[in-house]
Ligand binder design. Structure first.
Ligand code: GLN
Length: 491
């Protein structure tokens, strides 16, 4: 990074280009996810366990692909080509979903899965290239970027949720597509300002013919496209996903252990600490991601959405609330951690992780408590729903942004990109488990329209998630001294 390119204060101007590209991409990503489960069970008439299985498989694959997209960009494509290619695939996916035909559904999702693998990890890496490693603005640069993610997610959930649920599902998906085009255009026009950043590590190697004279670059694109029908086939045989996810999980685990035992003790202990926290993060997402799953249907059936004379659209409310809380709470946490730090009271990363489970558990327990208080009407009040999410998102703030920097600090230098992929892969395992937990909240078709009868199906499991999460939080508290020791000089 050339010093003359950098203003002494503020952030590099390219951050704002990446901010808006990612904002519109997340608008479409979360806008579409807001509709997914409700569309499957109400429009496609999938039975609920199947809806949860497809949702879990989709989200799991979405977060598995960054491992591959990240490595391809690192080795061959460079971040810019990868983001552009991923963005094009995602745009196609969203537009395909807007087509009101049966075939379009699985194909649209498959395009988004492949596209996200190239887009998501690499646009984050581009943010990293704007700063030197020791630049104190790096962390705040990432916080600003995380804000862009959540502004997009809040608007997408709000607008696509409304259009999809109230007007027409395919218009909702189409709206997501339009904003994905906006993200792509912002990136395409703005990427020239990145200068040398994110270019392919070796352009000659990329242009080299490797098979029948076809260049390496084109081969990568063709392999990604060839994966699309494979993913569609997987959706049709979604029971195979169990083997794929747990198989990949085992491979990732053994690989990290294999690497760990070749390191000297200090480095190895750091990697162990990262591994334990990554495993816990998978459990966190398994509970948290009820948001885009079971809580969508719960919001439609068992939350009183009336405010005065208007009835708020449930999908909009449920998908707007979490990112909106993130935006509000970002300011609070940006003040809290440095303030505690000045008094030498800032909790260590493992302790923050423990808090995240305790807070998440309180949020879910509050949902359950509101259910028990309103059994006779079957509807919980909107303020209880808003308050439950407040605690859940406080939990997110103690884990998600912190986990990203934890990974970069604890991974051995040569493994940072891969460990970042594994951090997202923990989200994949979490999303997959979230589908399984959601399926436990399946409501039989004959009672879906009767809130008093559907409420208990949610209440029982919400209670168990709440208590389970608090128990895991306490277990983590017990592990904190060991994890702190393993982390050595890293806080
Ligand atoms: N909500 C964040 C994003 O979309 C983090 C998601 C995750 O890591 N599972 O980027």
């Amino acid at each position: 990074v050339l010093p003359e390119e950098q203003p002494a204060k503020g952030h590099p101007k390219q951050l704002y280009m990446l901010f808006f590209a990612e904002m519109w991409e997340r608008f479409s990503f979360y806008g579409m996810k807001a509709l997914l489960l409700a569309y499957m069970v109400t429009e496609l008439k999938f039975d609920e366990p199947k809806g949860y299985a497809i949702l879990g498989s989709y989200a799991a694959l979405v977060y598995t692909m960054p491992m591959f997209g990240g490595v391809m960009a690192d080795r061959y494509l460079g971040f810019r080509k990868a983001v552009l290619f991923g963005g094009i695939l995602m745009t196609i996916g969203h537009l395909v979903l807007a087509v009101p035909e049966d075939w379009s559904f699985f194909y649209g999702m498959a395009f988004i899965i492949c596209g996200n693998g190239f887009f998501k990890p690499n646009i984050s890496s581009l943010v990293g290239t704007l700063y030197a490693d020791n630049d104190p603005r790096k962390d705040s640069g990432f916080s600003i970027f995380y804000m862009g993610i959540n502004i997009g997610a809040a608007l997408g959930g709000l607008l696509c949720g409304y259009v999809g649920q109230q007007i027409n599902w395919h218009y909702g998906f189409g709206l997501a597509g339009i904003f994905m085009i906006a993200g792509l255009v912002v990136f395409y026009l703005g990427s020239k300002s990145l200068g040398h950043r994110g270019l392919p590590p070796s352009p000659e190697q990329l242009k080299q013919g490797v098979f029948l004279g076809i260049s390496r670059e084109v081969i990568i694109y063709l392999v990604a496209l060839a994966l699309i029908p494979v993913i569609v086939a997987l959706f049709n045989r979604y029971e195979l996903m169990d083997y794929i996810m747990f198989g990949l999980g085992a491979v990732a685990l053994f690989y990290i252990l294999f690497v760990a035992f070749q390191l000297e003790m200090l480095e190895r202990n750091k990697l162990f600490a990262a591994l334990v926290m990554i495993i816990f993060s998978a459990m966190f997402w398994a509970f948290y991601e009820q948001n885009a799953g079971s809580l969508n249907l719960f919001a439609m059936r068992n939350v009183d959405m009336s405010v005065g004379d208007v009835n708020l659209p449930a999908l909009s409310v449920n998908n707007f609330l979490p990112p909106a809380w993130v935006i509000v709470l970002s300011f609070f946490f940006a003040w809290l951690w440095p303030a505690l730090n000045r008094k030498n009271l800032e909790p260590s990363t493992p302790l923050k992780f423990a808090f995240s489970f305790l807070l998440l558990g309180i949020g879910f327990y509050l949902f359950y408590f509101a259910c028990t208080m309103n059994e006779e009407v079957g509807l919980i009040p909107l303020y209880a729903f808003v308050a439950g999410y407040f605690f859940i998102i406080c939990g997110e703030m103690c884990l998600s942004p912190i986990g990203l920097s934890m990974v970069t600090k604890l991974a051995p230098a040569k493994m940072v990109a891969l460990m970042m992929g594994i951090w997202f892969f923990a989200s994949a395992i979490g999303e997959f488990l979230a589908g399984k937990i959601g399926a436990l909240m399946s409501v039989p078709a004959n009672v879906v329209d009767n809130p008093v009868l559907s409420l208990p199906y949610y209440a029982t499991i919400l209670n168990q998630i709440g208590i389970g999460s608090i128990a895991i939080g306490f277990l983590l508290v017990l592990l904190v001294p060991l994890l702190n020791k393993w982390m050595g000089n890293v806080r």
